[in-house]
Design a binder for this molecule. Structure first.
Ligand code: NAD
Ligand code: DAU
Length: 342
């Protein structure tokens, strides 16, 4: 494997993956295929060597462009998506178009040219788990977790289009012999995450003298993983994973939203209660939790960034030091949330 296409490589997780591959695998050349939607940013790729990373600005639903690029590639790692649940509740159409038709376009081209395909997906395809009231804040004891055997039960337009795209890939593997793997990862955090998302929204609120906003009672649990650990897991699956298999990626990072916000406030020297409770998300999933045993045992992967508080401190520092990366968008993002009392 020498030439890989990374779709969505100018977005949050895709760009972190491009940096990871450039830094750790000197023989690999990358073509980033990215539409540069509101969530994509060329700046995320600044500083990468031009002889190893090429940005093609284009749409994954453009079959002619995709065919032309995939023909020359050894593998496709597919990150591009409409990724934000709140946006999907306001306007689902781009989610259907990019997440389903876009995936269809890519796997058709990979099938045609026999190109290895890795599909990046989310734990949200499994729906949610009951809250664990016994462990406020933390949830890392025994209890039900998602595995690759958990039935699909998505809640939102976003997660249902991701589920639909996963099912297309599974069908293409079985019916057409597509050489594909799938990964379903939990909530990522780290640098370059769009400020519409929970953690960067709260950090940039505080940096902008705006009170942080917590949906509902804040008891909803997410299973946080540093985006660098997601990158190393995807690389392990791409290079060592079994064709046709699904791998769940998670780092045992369960925290409820209220506790995450309190940690951010503490790390930014703010009073513990300096935030507002706002309108809850419609259909808000209660809890996600990943069982990543298969990935760890079969592929020998282990997460490296497991101290969540340290990871949050680094992330806060990144947003504080890179204000020019996000300030231009802040007003519009908050105005959009305000329309929904969020
Ligand atoms: P993001 O919104 O930050 O980035 C998405 C990227 O895709 C952007 O660069 C955007 O320009 C590009 N894009 C969107 N539509 C496109 C199109 N039609 N053609 C080409 N490019 C297009 O998203 P993210 O948070 O980095 O998520 C990346 C992937 O990882 C998604 O598939 C998402 O479902 C999955 N995922 C995300 C998380 C998370 O916590 N954020 C967790 C698990 C899985
Ligand atoms: O689980 C993986 C998923 O994680 C990915 O598939 C998605 O692409 C990604 O966006 C993320 O989805 P969430 O909906 O969990 O992430 P978000 O950052 O939007 O919200 C995290 C939690 O915080 C969620 O319970 C809603 C809550 N929240 C969010 C925002 C934006 C708040 O309480 N306040 C907020 O302002």
């Amino acid at each position: 494997m020498k030439n890989i296409i990374v779709t969505g490589g100018a977005g949050f997780i895709g760009s972190n993956f491009v940096h990871y591959v450039v830094n750790n695998h000197p023989d690999i050349n990358i073509t980033v295929l990215d539409k540069l939607t509101y969530a994509g940013n060329k700046e995320n790729l600044v500083g990468l060597p031009a002889d190893r990373v090429e940005l093609v600005v284009g749409d994954i639903t453009d079959a002619e462009l995709v065919d032309h690029l995939v023909k020359e590639a050894d593998a496709v790692v597919h990150y591009a998506a409409e990724s934000h649940n709140d946006n999907s509740l306001k306007d689902p159409f781009p989610f259907v178009q990019t997440n389903i038709i876009g995936t269809y376009t890519l796997i058709e081209a990979c099938r045609k040219y026999g190109v290895r395909y890795h599909h990046v997906s989310t734990d949200e395809v499994y729906g949610d788990l009951p809250l664990r009231e016994d462990l406020p804040g933390k949830g890392d004891g025994p209890g039900e977790k998602f595995t690759s055997e958990t039935p699909y039960n998505p809640s939102s337009p976003y997660s249902s289009t991701k589920a639909g795209s996963d099912l297309l890939v599974k069908a293409w593997v079985r019916s057409f012999g597509l050489e594909a793997t799938i990964s379903n990862c939990s909530n990522n955090y780290g640098p370059y995450q769009h400020i519409e998302k929970f953690i960067p929204r709260q950090i940039t609120n505080i940096l902008s003298d705006i009170r942080p906003k917590l949906y509902g009672d804040g008891k909803n649990v997410r299973d946080w993983i540093h985006t660098n650990d997601h990158s190393s897991a995807v690389w392990a699956i791409l290079t060592k994973g079994q064709i046709g298999e699904t791998y769940l990626i998670g780092a045992d990072g369960e925290e409820n939203n209220k506790h995450v916000l309190e940690l951010i406030l503490e790390l930014m020297d703010q009073p513990k209660d300096a935030y507002d409770h706002v309108q809850d998300r419609a259909g808000h999933d209660l809890r996600y939790a990943i069982d990543s045993t298969r990935l760890r045992e079969e592929l020998g992967w282990t997460p490296q960034f497991t101290n969540f508080k340290d990871g949050l401190a680094d992330t806060i520092q990144w947003y504080a030091e890179n204000k020019e990366w996000w300030t231009a968008q802040k007003e519009a993002v908050e105005a959009n949330y305000a329309k929904n009392n969020q």
